[in-house]
Design a protein around this ligand. Sequence first.
Ligand code: SF4
Length: 447
Amino acid sequence: MKILLLSFYDLGKQPKIISELYKKLDNGSNQIDIVDYSIEEKDLTLDNYDVLGIYASMHTASVLAEQYLRDRKLPNKLFVFGLYANVFSEMFSDFQSIHSFDSDELESLLQVQLNPNYSFKHTVPDRTILPSITDYSHIVDGSNNLIAGSVETTYGCKHECTHCPVPIEFKGMFKTFGTEKIITDVTNQVEEGAKHISFNDPDFFNGPKHALKILELLNEKHPSITYDSTIKVEHILKYPDYFQELKNLNMLFVISAFETTNDHVLNILQKNHSSNDLNKAVELSLENNIDIRPTWMPFSPWTEQNDLISIIKLIENYKLRETVDPIQLTIKLLIPKNSLILKRPEMEEYLLNYDPASFSYAWRYKFPNIDNIQNELFTYVLQHESENEYTQYLGLVDILESHTGETLLNPEKYNQRIVPKLSETWFCCAEPNKIQLDRIKSNKALI
Ligand code: SF4
């Protein structure tokens, strides 16, 4: 059986799930081809295959997959997997959504026996069948540009933030991967040249003891490797001792979804943190000398001009100019099918039609002038893409100052720092933007 697996974008990382699936499909007789269109360009005749599997990792990947598949002749057997699998299969009913590689969903669809020894929890992915990790996001800090790998200690999430696609699929649950699988997968990537590993868990502290145990084992085995992870504000504050421990275990920085300083919006998003908690989380990171990289979603139906002012004030007060990606200051709420935010009564008044081509609902602002500000900020980032991020940040603040009439930049002399970050910025719950789509479509290297 000839099987083709396609990936379009996985946040700048190697699409590890494809190598998991490869292990499942590898029954000794299947011929399996793989293309990752985020870094390579191949002209394929899709109906030369018996089966096509699409990795709908998230929103941007689904948009790109839809554009790619449009008007092409497809094989008879079609399936889709990943976080957006359901959203995708609702749009394209010929594609069967696969939820678990441990179930018999794939066997039933393909009508062949697959690898009977496969286990999602324990089987080590075979990354040799993917493009090299050197082709994906690197860790950069001014002078250095180092190969980065990635791994997960868990999948799913125990929280149900209403704007997030993860709970649509996982319904507030998470599971752990086996220790041996994680350690071996990292070791394989270190042997391929990785100097840094990103933990791709939706939240590294969903199971903090499991996470810390893995990190300790990895530090013993690979003492020179550094790490980054994503930890929500609530967990940073709930587990201060574990958070403090991260510094001793080579955690270079922590990404944390701050979203907004507007407590009303934070409540609608069910983030379980307040604007004051943002200050506490930053203070804890400063005390422990762990860089925190806040991600933001400043624009939602309820955004007020004051929110934008207070976001910049927080960045300025704590001298975080280098740890906020400028594009983050332009991010808008994204509402896919079945989004939990559709159940919030506050949403009713602002919800518009569903747009199938963008896999999301349109919505309107309570205060229409906010739309102009978002457009202006976003256009600025598009037009200044080639400038360094520090300059972009200053440009964005300048726009906000002109709209609000407030002086937002701290007048004290600012000592600009060089901080480590990934060369592909974080876009999980956001609409794909033009920079990102152009970058992926041109297969421009991320390094
Ligand atoms: S935003 Fe983070 S913590 Fe909230 S549901 Fe999504 S992954 Fe979990």
